[in-house]
Design a protein around this ligand. Sequence first.
Ligand SMILES: [Zn+2]
Length: 269
Amino acid sequence: MPELVEVETTRRDLNKIIKNKRINKVDVFLDKIVYNKKQEFILKVQNEVVKQVQRRGKWLIFELEKSYLIIHFRMEGRFYLLPLNAEIDKHDYVVFYFDTFSLHYNDPRLFGKMEVIEKDNINTFFKDKNLGLEYTDPNLTESYLKDRFKRHHTEIKKLLLDQSFITGIGNIYADEILFESKINPKYPADKLSKKKLQLIIDNTKIVFEKSLKCKGTYPNIDGKRGTFENYLKVHMRQNKPCYNCGNLIVKEKVGGRGTYYCPNCQKKS
Ligand SMILES: [Zn+2]
């Protein structure tokens, strides 16, 4: 599933290619991907220049001249670049045509969404989503987390996945961040010490930045897969030895999600 790193990788790649370029034409092959009425969507996107590509949490934002086009990949949505006359895949549901190439939105699971909103409505749009702080936000401190977690006697893994505290952490990264911080995924969030909370913040940055260098874990706009999967320490490593201590990594459901951890390095108490 595309998480913050994958969306940020797409943003960086797209900015190099579509910034200041005009969308000459857009085709929508499946109405349900687009939140607006199809004709309204086409009217608002076609002939607009992409001023820049931004990101908020796991949302990708194309800043157009008069509006914002907001995209969420959900389970398997992604963009890829092709020549103008390339064949349309059966899972390509929206195609943007620029002067010399086309940008295809592909989504086999059909959970992704696109929406064009007026520029004035962007703050309201994200206010409704109740997003927490970005990992790069200087306000993300141990006292912020202490304060936000104090009423939540809940498994820490669940709160890391909740986008209203720190935005952008998904299942893969939550497992890796907790392993690096030596915190059990089921440990109650309200009982974490300030030192442990600081470790979560530091390791979120370290894990995200390492993954950004590898371009994430997902196919990117050139079709090449990011290589961070090769560096995962616990996620998807069930029954394999822990790199720190040699104990076997276990998999359990925590907060409804398959969770990988080392029972020795990440003790319950
Ligand atoms: Zn271990």
